[in-house]
Ligand binder design. Structure first.
Ligand code: FES
Length: 105
């Protein structure tokens, strides 16, 4: 199945993208596929914060791991709705999620 994700880029442009749930991808990887300016420097290990996003919708997301929490706690622009995109698998649970890219680090 495909899900729909609404993404607001750093230039404030909002677009809907489509992501497949059957390819074992996470949100960071799908943002890279669509050429959003997300580095994913650590390869999705919750170590770099380059995939920091804000979640603007209510979804049942995976719990924040200790390493994700540590990275977000260290980050200057972390908000209550901050997450690392690499820690969120593409699944039907996040269909219609609405996210915003955090400022560049
Ligand atoms: S890609 Fe490094 S923390 Fe997500």
């Amino acid at each position: 199945m495909d899900i729909s994700i609404t993404v607001t880029n750093r230039d404030n442009k909002t677009k809907k993208i489509i992501a497949p749930t059957d390819m074992n991808l996470n949100l960071m990887e799908i943002l890279k596929v669509y050429e959003y300016p997300i580095e994913g420097t650590c390869g999705g290990m919750a170590l770099c914060a380059s995939c920091h996003i804000f979640i603007n919708s209510k979804h049942d997301l995976p719990a924040i791991s200790l390493s994700e929490k540590a990275i977000l706690d260290d980050n200057w622009d972390t908000q209550p709705n901050s997450r690392l995109a690499c820690q969120i698998p593409i699944s039907k649970k996040i269909d219609l999620i609405n996210i915003r890219l955090a400022p560049e680090i």
